[in-house]
Design a protein around this ligand. Structure first.
Ligand code: NAD
Length: 543
């Protein structure tokens, strides 16, 4: 049934380019940024391979340069979601029967196109549309997405190779069918790679998909759709609609052929959608697969034995790269009082050298936060922390949206380990630190474990192996991605499968077989080569 599984090219991680001065990649990227900045593009929806426009045009602006217009997308309505579902179901007739090696080849080709001719374009679009620096765009849009494509092909083939035992007269096999119906992919703004994985992972397994991206990721979503088309994804297999979340949800979650939901985004949205699915459960032909990776309140916990410089560096990189808008970003830290003066000195000294601004200036380490709503929310929490008696802002605290949505990297010191910014996900460049008495390690472990509803990523720093061992076991449910002496961000496909439990998601580990296996509904086939001709069993004969 599944021939030549072992001949599939082995997956590898796409090497990250440096964009160092004088490098050809830097020259190409700068030229692409200039080219994209010099034009205003129109971005239609893509349904059944057709470009669909409406009379509602929405302008797109770089978050760091809000007076500039990158282009426009066309907002759709309920009828477009219905069209997309119909196009998907039509495409399914052929796609579900497409032999796996052709599906694999399409996505291996997509990986090569992405890391080759599309590299500068996807990176430039991600930089301009989502305010990522060149490095952050490179590790996300080019490398991680190419890794998703290549490793998912490998995981798919490893799944197909899992077959049951047979005996002399029977042959048992598992047929890894796609789900019966369509998958809805609802994607976040913060990673172009996630936006490109949530529809392609199910599609690779033979499913058809309606994809609704975030309004603030439309600019790079267009490049992804062009890439899928050029790689050979047939019309209708992936359909991109630009509708509001509630409009998309209303049509999709009422549809009898709704068979799977692939989500990454905030916890509140996921929980609301899960409720809707539950309410509608008797309307569906099959129980929809629900996969959702959601919010985080990721911790760094330093033990008194750890190294202050290493801790400070992990905090800076973990909390402030991409403006803290990674689900894995360090946003609460627990530092022992014996290390605090040294950690603070290094952290503040390093933060003074961090530049924030337009990502076209490669000397900037940070850009702007994604939109006005995020800017307003973050400003409010920061301004409250300025006033509260339990908090002191030890770095940053400024915010200014006159040019773009800029929030200074901000460090809040709190005397209350359950202060609101230790508990709630803010999704921005705000780190809250609680300094604990170095000898209260056990109490602090309990605090880390119970302070927030999330369990996505977490890091401990310790140079005492007994302490490390104890923390690993004590915090066994506190993070789906657990780091020892490292920052809690930067998971690599194929190396650190990613996802968390508790309020952080279903923990189906993006970029692993665990995720891919959710997109198949296996059929067991037993074939008998020698069917019996007599109903009587041997034991029924007397001596
Ligand atoms: P979001 O929840 O605001 O949006 C995600 C998607 O849901 C978007 O397409 C959006 O348009 C849609 N949406 C928003 N409101 C909706 C509603 N009421 N009904 C239906 N759809 C709706 O998330 P975001 O701001 O794009 O992304 C940031 C969030 O994603 C953070 O919470 C972050 O922690 C999380 N995240 C998690 C992971 C992970 O792997 N766990 C990875 C990346 C991001």
């Amino acid at each position: 049934m599944y021939k030549n599984l072992e001949s599939v090219p082995r997956a590898y991680n796409e090497p990250v380019k440096s964009y160092a001065p004088g490098s050809p990649e830097k020259k190409e990227l700068k030229a692409m940024l200039a080219e994209l900045k010099s034009q205003e593009i129109e971005i239609p929806m893509v349904i059944g391979g057709k470009r669909i426009t409406t009379d509602q045009k929405v302008a797109l602006h770089p978050p760091h340069d809000i007076k500039h217009t990158l282009g426009y997308f066309y907002r759709g309505g309920e009828e477009h979601v219905t069209m997309a579902i119909n196009a998907a179901l039509e495409a399914s007739k052929k796609w579900a029967k497409m032999p796996w090696e052709h599906r694999a080849a399409i996505f291996l080709r997509a990986a090569d196109l992405l890391s080759g001719p599309y590299r500068a374009k996807i990176n430039a679009a991600t930089m301009l549309g989502q305010s990522k620096t060149a490095h952050q765009a490179e590790i996300d849009a080019a490398c991680e997405l190419a890794d998703f494509f290549r490793f998912n092909v490998q995981y798919m083939t490893e799944i197909y190779a899992q077959q049951p035992a047979s005996d002399k007269t029977t042959w048992n096999r598992l047929e890894y069918r796609p789900l019966e119906g369509f998958v809805y992919a609802l994607t976040p703004f913060n990673f172009t790679s996630i936006a490109g994985n949530l529809q392609t992972a199910p599609a690779m397994m033979g499913n058809v998909v309606v994809w609704k991206c975030s309004n603030t990721q439309v600019y790079s979503a267009k490049v992804l759709m062009d890439l899928f088309e050029e790689a050979g994804v047939p019309d209708g297999v992936i359909n991109l609609v630009f509708v509001s979340g509630p409009v998309g949800g209303k049509v999709v979650m009422e549809h009898p052929d709704f068979a799977g939901f692939h989500f990454t985004g905030s916890t509140g949205v996921f929980q609301q959608i899960w409720k809707t699915i539950g309410t509608n459960i008797s309307k569906y032909k099959t129980y929809p697969r629900i996969v959702g990776e959601t919010g985080g309140k990721d911790f760094v916990l330093a033990h008194k034995s750890s190294n202050a410089e290493q801790v400070a560096t992990a905090l800076l990189r973990g909390a402030f790269e991409f403006q803290g808008q990674k689900c894995s970003a360090a946003s609460r830290a627990y530092i022992p009082d014996n290390l605090w003066d040294d950690v603070k000195e290094k952290l503040v000294a390093d933060l003074k050298t961090v530049k924030m601004g337009d990502i076209e200036d490669f000397s900037n380490f940070m850009g702007a936060v994604i939109d006005k709503a995020s800017f307003d929310k973050l400003s409010m929490f920061i301004d409250n922390a300025k006033k509260d008696s339990e908090t002191e802002i030890i770095f940053g605290g400024g915010h200014d949206d006159s040019v773009g949505y800029f929030i200074e990297p901000t460090v809040i010191l709190t005397s209350n380990p359950r202060y609101i910014t230790m508990e709630e996900e803010l999704f921005g460049p705000v780190l809250t630190i609680y300094v604990y008495e170095a000898d209260k390690w056990e109490e602090t472990l309990e605090l880390v474990n119970t302070t927030s509803p999330y369990a996505l990523t977490g890091a401990i720093f310790s140079d005492d192996r007994y302490v490390t061992d104890h923390a690993v076991s004590y915090l066994s449910q506190a993070a789906g991605n657990f780091y020892i002496n490292d920052k809690p961000t930067g998971a690599v496909v194929g190396q650190q499968p990613f996802g968390g439990a508790r309020a952080s998601g279903t923990n189906d580990k993006a970029g692993s077989y665990l995720n891919m296996i959710r997109w198949t509904s296996p059929r067991t086939i037993k074939e008998n080569f020698n069917p019996p001709k007599d109903y009587r069993y041997p034991f029924m004969c007397e001596e």
